[in-house]
Ligand binder design. Sequence first.
Ligand code: LER
Ligand code: MN
Length: 273
Amino acid sequence: MRSSVTLSLVPEAKGGPFVFWDRLDEACAQAAALGFDAIEVFPSSAEEPLLNSLPVFLDHHRLKLAAMGTGAGWIKQRLTLTHSNPDSVLQARSFVKGIIEKAGRFGASVIIGSMQGRADKPNDRQNALAQLADSLNELGEFAENLRVPLLIEPLNRYETNLVNTVQDGLNLLATLKTKNVKLLLDLFHMNIEEQSIPSAMHEAGSAIGHVHFVDTNRRAAGFGHMDYVPILKALLEIKYDGYLSAEVLPWPNSLAAAQQTMIKFQELVLGRK
Ligand code: LER
Ligand code: MN
């Protein structure tokens, strides 16, 4: 398993669970100094000017790009892949494709989290899930051609009513034609929605493509009351080999959250006390 830490370049997401903010240079320098393998970037769009500097900074600091998020399509433009307006769905798909193209240059995964949207009425849920499956089929194939793994993230009930649990995610994956979509398991959402996080991980098995490594209160791992030992045991048992990426609040500040994440990562994954 490898370590990663998040950077948001989206001013409208302020207050959200990202370790580093705005400064790509600072995020790369601090992540590298702390020994992270990679960063995960949340851009405003594929046209984000700072993305042009990404290759230089990653190379200079010997970091990988773990993943790119697409949530700015929702936060900034109110686009979703299940919107009732078909034009909005087309725009949402093209927003995600732009980010897939950028991620393809770095071998990074692309995350569909809040872009999954939500059903307006409970009765619309099945329709919305079918619409989401259509989008994932198209985007998954598009991403496969660029060797980008596409990730769908179950979110807690306060953020969506479509894919809340690992089982919801597995049910959705089972309906897809594309094999290029995996699950992003975020421990914060799992803590709210799953009966048992380790059991859910066993159920997901090889369908897990990425993990958001975070504590119960969305602070850095170790700043809440998550029981990490059985979680790590489950990930090792299913031979999970991807990133543990810190998508956490910058509490008490960005550097301290990154440091704490690395302390916990080393303790759990590398066995260092
Ligand atoms: C949102 O709560 C979240 O966990 C993000 O990773 C979604 O894009
Ligand atoms: Mn997440």
